[in-house]
Design a protein around this ligand. Structure first.
Ligand SMILES: Cc1cc2nc3c(=O)[nH]c(=O)nc-3n(C[C@H](O)[C@H](O)[C@H](O)COP(=O)(O)O)c2cc1C
Length: 387
């Protein structure tokens, strides 16, 4: 099965599953604990129905959409995903390049295998930087200053990780970054020779053991590989004053990611953020958290247009994108969809995922009789329990 045989994101997902060893597949596909929130994201999106209008001339329709003064070819982008380099060689560059070619924004994770400066150099387009910060403000400031110098346009601070999630599958699989080689993942790697040679060994040969490049530190003139836990020090002590502080050192757009209630969206606004990302981290953090799409309406209403409201978590179809936009999201992001593409076919696979999302979104817009993204609203939706 080639990329052109992938007609939807689920096709790419199945291709990814075939190619990846267990340790990498589980890390991509699973949520936390019992995957309740992951399932809730899907169910909640699926329960929303369209109220399509008919006999509307949509022959001149467009997916173009503006955010923070930039116009994109579609109202969606690629969410930050750490350890993306497990899915294809130089995945962070591949994702950024595919986004640039498609004319949509890309968010680079703090936990990337490629240093932010190289991603900035090797990919054009609109790139934002996602920050995992700790209470160690010096460490945070070093990352922020690097992102600024490298030309990232926006800073996305992820706040739903005060402690690591309970991902038991990672423990069972011996998942660790810097990647540790053990008997189990050697055996698994040998059963997935394409991944072993084209992803793992290629990375090993070009860059050494896969690790988080942005958190490496220079000690005594030597680059020392750090795992993210070294950078996680006292992340559970963060509070809103840290957002206010970031506001003083970051001159561009500042977004807070991981917001699920209106009260926190208002605190983000009060502390100087330009927007929030309504997200439950794709169900990967607090299992049992509400579906992100269920949180969206109260946040849109509370914010009342005073800052941008972005959305992610559970998006697998263009229809999901249209639903979130109709509920008032200003832009929609997805994490797994493009990583399935990266796993299935590197940069081309990411491009295929973006193309699928684009054509599905366009088709749904035509079928509901709405020619422009700005024209979307609640009138196109029937919410569960509203009949
Ligand atoms: C493999 C993987 C790694 C992720 N790493 C990060 C990360 O480093 N920082 C972050 O803010 N979110 C991270 N996320 C969450 C995504 O940014 C996004 O919130 C989530 O994937 C959206 O849900 P979806 O996968 O259903 O689209 C990660 C998600 C996945 C699947």
């Amino acid at each position: 099965m080639g990329l052109s045989d992938a007609y939807n994101i689920d096709d790419l997902r199945r291709m990814a599953q075939r190619r990846l060893p267990r340790v990498a597949w589980d890390y991509l596909e699973r949520g936390a604990e019992d995957d309740l929130t992951m399932a809730a994201n899907r169910k909640a999106l699926e329960r929303i129905a369209f109220r399509p209008r008919t006999l509307v001339d949509v022959s001149e329709r467009s997916l173009q959409h503006s955010l923070f003064g930039n116009t994109y070819t579609a109202p969606f982008g690629i969410a930050p995903t750490g350890a993306a380099g497990l899915y294809c060689h130089d995945a962070d560059v591949a994702l950024a390049r595919a986004a640039a070619a498609a004319g949509v924004p890309f968010v680079l994770s703090t936990a990337s295998f490629v240093a932010m400066e190289r991603v900035a150099r090797e990919a054009a387009g609109h790139k934002w930087f996602q920050l995992y910060m700790s209470k160690d403000r010096d460490a945070a400031e070093r990352l922020v200053k690097r992102a600024l110098a490298a030309g990232f346009e926006a800073l996305v601070v992820t706040t739903d990780v005060p402690v690591g999630a309970n991902r038991e599958y990672n423990l069972r699989n011996g998942f660790a970054i810097p990647f540790r080689i053990n008997a189990r993942n050697v055996a698994d790697g040998l059963l997935h020779p394409r991944w072993l040679t084209q992803v793992f060994l290629k990375t090993l040969l070009s860059d050494g053991i896969p690790r988080f490049r942005n958190v490496d530190s220079e000690e005594g003139g030597r680059i020392v590989a750090k795992d993210l836990s070294a950078f996680r020090a006292r992340r559970d002590a963060l509070d809103w004053s840290d957002i206010a502080w970031l506001r003083t050192i970051w001159p561009h757009k500042l977004l807070v990611k991981g917001i699920l209630v209106a009260e926190d969206a208002l605190l983000a606004l009060a502390n100087g953020a330009d927007g929030v990302v309504v997200s439950n981290h794709g169900g990967r953090q607090l299992d049992g958290a509400r579906a992100a799409i269920d949180a969206l309406p109260e946040i849109v209403e509370a914010v009342g247009g005073k800052m941008a409201v972005l959305f992610d978590s559970g998006v697998r179809r263009g229809a999901d994108i249209v639903k979130a936009l109709a509920l008032g999201a200003d832009f929609v992001f997805f994490g797994r969809a493009t990583l399935y593409g990266a796993s299935a076919g590197g940069e081309e696979g990411v491009a295929r995922a973006l193309e699928i999302m684009r054509s599905e979104t366009d088709r749904v817009m035509a079928l509901i009789g709405c020619g422009r993204i700005a024209g979307l609203g609640r009138n196109y939706l029937e919410m569960p329990g509203s009949v």
